[in-house]
Every structure is written in C-alpha cells, then in structure tokens.
Design a protein around this ligand. Structure first.
Ligand code: WQD
Length: 343
C-alpha cells in the first residue's frame, strides 16, 4: 500500500521539486495549491518528469472550512507544508496578508494532524528566524532573534504554534530551517518561477543574463566580509527536496526523538554575492552586467549553516555545488525563454 503524502504549496518552487522526488520513491502525492504564487503549468512539468500526474486540490488552506473539506477522509501518512507567502519586502508592505495566510493555513493543517496524530508533519521554516546570528556557522541552538520582517515573524510564530500543539497533542513534527534555496531540476522542466521582478539574487541574475532585466544591483559592498559583499548559504533545491523526504520517513517510521524536531538545511559553506556572480559566469559562460548599489534594508551580513545535526541525525548532507546550482538555474531560465517565445 503506497504511503499517501499531502504537499501543500506543491506547485511552488521547493514543493514541486519535493513532489517529483516523492513520486520517484513510490509515494502517492496529493498537491494543495491555490496558485497564489505560481502557475498551473508547473503540474505539467511534474507530470513530464515523474510520468505521474498527482491529484491537485485548488484550495485556500487559510480558509478553515475549505481546508477541512479538502483533507476530510484522506487518510494521509504525512504532510509537507510549504504553502506560505515568502517575499520579505512584500511582507513589510502587507503584514496582515502574511500573518493571515501563513498562520491560518498552518493552524488549519494542524487541525487535521491533531485529529490524525499518526500523520507526520514537516513544516517549512527558514534561517530567517536567526536574524544576524552571533556565531557562525549557525546551529539549531542559536537564539531565535527578533524578526526583521513580518515574513520572518510568521516563521517564528509558526514554529512556536507548532511546538506547543505538537507537545500537547504528542504529534510527530519536524521544522526544517532552509538557508537560501537556489537552482532547478536538471531536466529544466521545473524551477524557480518568480512572478514579477525577482527579489532573490539568483533569479534576478538569470533574468538579467537572459536580457529580461537590466544589470544586477549588488546590494552593498561595504560589509565586513572578504570582498565587502554579503554572505549566504546557497543550497540546491534538489538537495533540499531530498532532505524533506528523509525527514518525512523519520516521522513515518516513528523515529523522531520529540514531538517537534528542528534541523538546519544548508551546505555549511558561505558564499558572497560576488562569489555567486563568479560561479554563474564560470558555470554558464555567460557574462553578467552588474553594479554596486547601496545596502538593502533588513539584510544581514552573513549566514551559513552548521550542518552537523542534519548529517548526524538525518544522515543527510547537501551534495550539489554552487556551480551545479548556477548551471541548473541558467538551463531553466533558457527553457523558460524558449517556452515564452513559443507561446
Ligand atoms: C541574497 C543576497 C542580498 C538581490 C530571503 C529570505 C529567506 C528566503 C530566501 C524564502 C543578499 C543580495 C539580492 C539582488 C543582491 N526566503 N542581493 N541583489 O534575503 O538572503 O533571503 O530569501 O524562503 O527566508 O530571508 O535572499 O536572494 O534576496 O539575497 O545583491 O538583486 O543577495 O542583499 O545579500 P535573502 P536574497
């Protein structure tokens, strides 16, 4: 009997990559996505890669009745909850939209899990909860600092709600704190699909190199780092997807050591913005136009993960390099351009 997994936000960036990995490992997958930040064509990409077209529920999970109706009687073995708004800048402009969507959807999912406590829940969290950590690399015990944005606050509050409910109801839950997800599936059939002007570094790089945007603005060259530009831990989205499956299987096999466990998901290496640009040019042969610009409000200087816990407890480490990620991101951008031309 196939294990049945609900992937919320399953037509999104990390959700779609995790879905193809789940399908490849023989899971039955049900997707829930209301297309608020993606396109229905992603399902075609999943189908083309996996050879299976998962069931898709077009549902607003922040609506308690709609969520309850969609999940009723599904007998889920696990839920991977990606569905959330995630644009830091937008969250500052529209905080209520972020609190309502991100927290109501989590609480509605928790309603189902409370009634079905054997269903494991993986919560998509973020290294944002650490703010500018005092020590690098960042371990899971690093203090959670005051959020720099409503988006980051929804991840912090989400983890608090999850922990409280999981301990009270003896649930099986894991929060995964991602560092910076980048790259795309090697098939170039799915990838990051920012709607509008990309806020994140790598999609802006690929769109600029493709001639869809002007030169990249490098936000700040006066940070206390080796080359003056900010440092992040860029992890390939497929490495991230595989970590989700390992965490899910830990819960299905009742291997968890507490009702809520937390893991950092990163490569353990920090790369500056200039090093990302160099990796892009090296891996793709494309030259990038860029210019220094003032620092972006809310940005931290540096963040990269201590990956020891994920390695020792989950037996997982990221395998792909920054160059792999750049190559895959560029191949995806090129495929998008071709698709646009054909449209
Ligand atoms: C990376 C670096 C920028 C754009 C955020 C969220 C995190 C996650 C990923 C959701 C920074 C610099 C960027 C540009 C630049 N979100 N940059 N020019 O801010 O580290 O993380 O997105 O899952 O939770 O906090 O990612 O890609 O925006 O920025 O110089 O046009 O690139 O200043 O140093 P960030 P990012």
């Amino acid at each position: 009997m196939k294990k049945r997994i609900l992937v919320t936000g399953g037509l999104g960036y990390i959700g779609s990559h995790t879905t193809v990995e789940l399908l490849a490992r023989g899971y039955e997958v049900i997707l829930a996505d209301n297309l608020s930040n993606t396109r229905a064509e992603v399902l075609d990409g999943i189908h083309s890669i996996a050879g299976i077209r998962p069931e898709w529920l077009n549902v607003d999970l922040a609506d308690p009745m709609a969520c309850r109706e969609a999940l009723q009687g599904r007998n889920l073995d696990g839920i991977i909850h990606f569905a959330a708004f995630k644009a830091v800048g937008e969250s500052v402009q529209k905080p209520l939209k972020y609190y309502q969507n991100n927290l109501f959807s989590l609480m509605n999912i928790l309603d189902y899990v409370k009634q079905n406590p054997n269903c494991g829940l993986i919560f998509s969290s973020s290294c944002t909860v650490y703010g500018q950590a005092d020590n690098l690399p960042i371990t899971e015990n690093a203090p959670v600092k005051a959020a720099e944005s409503p988006y980051g606050n929804t991840k912090q509050i989400g983890e608090e709600i999850l922990s409280e409910i999981a301990h009270a109801a003896k649930l099986k839950t894991i929060a995964l704190r991602y560092f910076n997800p980048i790259g795309a599936h090697a098939s170039a059939k799915i990838g990051e699909l920012p709607l509008g002007v990309p806020q994140n570094l790598v999609p802006f790089i690929t769109q600029s190199a493709a001639g869809l945007r002007g030169p990249l603005s490098v936000y700040g060259n006066d940070y206390p780092t080796s080359d003056g530009t900010a440092i992040r831990d860029y992890i390939h989205v497929l490495d991230l997807a595989q970590a989700h499956i390992i965490a899910l299987e830990r819960l299905i096999e009742n291997g968890q050591e507490s009702p809520m466990e937390v893991f950092n998901l990163g490569t353990g290496h920090g790369s500056s913005v200039l090093e990302v640009i160099q990796a892009f040019e090296r891996a793709t042969g494309q030259l990038l136009n860029w210019t220094f610009a003032p620092r972006r409000a809310g940005d931290i200087v540096a963040a990269y993960a201590d990956t020891q816990r994920a390695t020792e407890v989950l037996g997982w480490t990221a395998g792909k390099s920054l160059d792999d990620s750049m190559r895959d991101a560029w191949a995806w951008q090129c495929a998008l351009n071709v698709a646009k031309k054909d449209a």
